[in-house]
Structure formats: structure tokens, C-alpha cells
Design a protein around this ligand. Structure first.
Ligand SMILES: [Cu+2]
Length: 173
């Protein structure tokens, strides 16, 4: 054997290394988010709104239970808390079906939906593992116009929850 194969391997390795580094690190601690109607992190991931790191890992808005912020307290995702960032408000009626995509289906206690600090819906998962795709149909309770829904996925076996804000234009459909 001569050194040519090794050299070729080294070149291939050098070419691959930057690509590997560029792959988002989300899969190691993957979780979930609302993709429809598009949540703020979904709009980041879809390129609807220009965003930082959240666009690579919309499923990673995880924080302690009981928060009321769209970012789940993650400084790196603080732009999710910016109501003036130009989020698209999806036109809907008073009943809305929220669709979650879970990249890791953690055991779940509840799913909660809030508008303006009021809880408008709660779904009990009973500590069970949810499917990787699931939907909740929520009655918004008669609000109208531009509304921000805070959805919370409460994990059963950790102290954490996942947060997703969804901008809606109720009655605009
Ligand atoms: Cu997770």
C-alpha cells in the first residue's frame, strides 16, 4: 500500500468536517413545537421571519414549568418574546386546531393554552407518552382580532415544559 489512499481519505475527511459542524445540534435533545398554525419558532424555521439560532431548533424552547414567556426564559431565543418582530398572524375562526410535531415524545402531564394570562384550554395526557404528531382543538372563548396564544407542553417526568407562542387574527378568516 502506498500513501495515496490515506491522502484521499484525509481530503474527504477535511471536506466533510465543516459540513458536520454546521449541522444543528438539536437532535441530541429534541423535543417539540407547534407547526400549525405556525408558531413563532415555526415561522423562524420556515424563514417567514429572520431569526437567530431558534431557526435551527424550533423544537427546543424548553424552560421551567410555570413561565409565561414565548422564549421559555432562554436568553438565546429572546427574539421570540418580541411582539413587534413582524410575526404573521394566522387568520382563524373562534375554534382553532393546534398541531404539534414532537421530535421526542416525552411523557406528558398536560397541555395548556393561554390568552392574555387566561387559560383557555387544558388537555390531560395522564403522564403517558404522546404520539409524535398530535392536535388539540381549542375554543378561544370569544376573543377577536390579533391575539397571542401561549401553548405549554408540561413534561411529566422532568421539571420542565416547552413553550410556543402562536399569533392569530381571530375572526379574520
Ligand atoms: Cu426533549
Amino acid at each position: 500500500m502506498n500513501k495515496k489512499p490515506k491522502l484521499a481519505a484525509a481530503i474527504v475527511g477535511a471536506a466533510l468536517a465543516p459540513a458536520l459542524v454546521a449541522i444543528p445540534t438539536s437532535t441530541a435533545s429534541a423535543h417539540g413545537y407547534i407547526d400549525s398554525p405556525p408558531s413563532r419558532q415555526a415561522q423562524c424555521a420556515q424563514g417567514t421571519v429572520p431569526c437567530g439560532a431558534i431557526k435551527y431548533e424550533p423544537q427546543s424552547v424548553e424552560g421551567p414549568k410555570g413561565l409565561t414567556s414565548c422564549s421559555g426564559g432562554n436568553a438565546g431565543f429572546a427574539e421570540l418574546d418580541d411582539d413587534g418582530k413582524g410575526w404573521t398572524a394566522t387568520p382563524v375562526g373562534n375554534s382553532v386546531t393546534f398541531n404539534w410535531t414532537l421530535t421526542a415524545a416525552h411523557r406528558t402531564s398536560t397541555w395548556e393554552y393561554f390568552i392574555g394570562g387566561n387559560r383557555v384550554a387544558v388537555f390531560d395526557q395522564g403522564g403517558q407518552q404522546p404520539p409524535s404528531q398530535l392536535s388539540h382543538t381549542v375554543d378561544l372563548g370569544g376573543v377577536s382580532g390579533k391575539q397571542k396564544v401561549l401553548a405549554v407542553w408540561n413534561v411529566a417526568d422532568t421539571a420542565n415544559a416547552f413553550y410556543a407562542c402562536v399569533d392569530l387574527n381571530v375572526g379574520g378568516e
